[in-house]
Design a protein around this ligand. Sequence first.
Ligand SMILES: [Zn+2]
Ligand SMILES: [Zn+2]
Length: 146
Amino acid sequence: MSNSYQVRYCGVCEHELPHGYFSLSKRSQTVTGGEPGVVLVSHDNVLTDFCGQECADYAEAAISSTLTSAYPTTAKTVPCSLCLRAVDKTAPHVSVGMSQFEDASEPWLVSARVVDARELAVYCRSCAEPRRTSEAFDMSELGVAV
Ligand SMILES: [Zn+2]
Ligand SMILES: [Zn+2]
């Protein structure tokens, strides 16, 4: 039986992913008006998977240490995590976040549900260009070394 985490390995310890796992992903997104805003994701790219909290925390610490301003608030305008320029979240922008998943695959459907998610960074257009189409992602462009 296939599942959502088959043949995927932890980016830190290289173990196979268990039933519950974490993924670091880069999104191109836009927050619509209203409270709370609705996040429209135009492009979602999983960068790395992690086998558990410990490995995810390790990677998260490594990433946040490269950022000038980690963990953006839910405000509509927040400082860019690298250069501190104002990022208007109601315009397309790039966000990097850690999500915790639990496999919810059925024999007829491969799926996973999000248990928890948090945003680690947002980037202005000069630090990371939002994308609408699928493209290979270069980690070096964010100054991230996982
Ligand atoms: Zn691991
Ligand atoms: Zn920037």
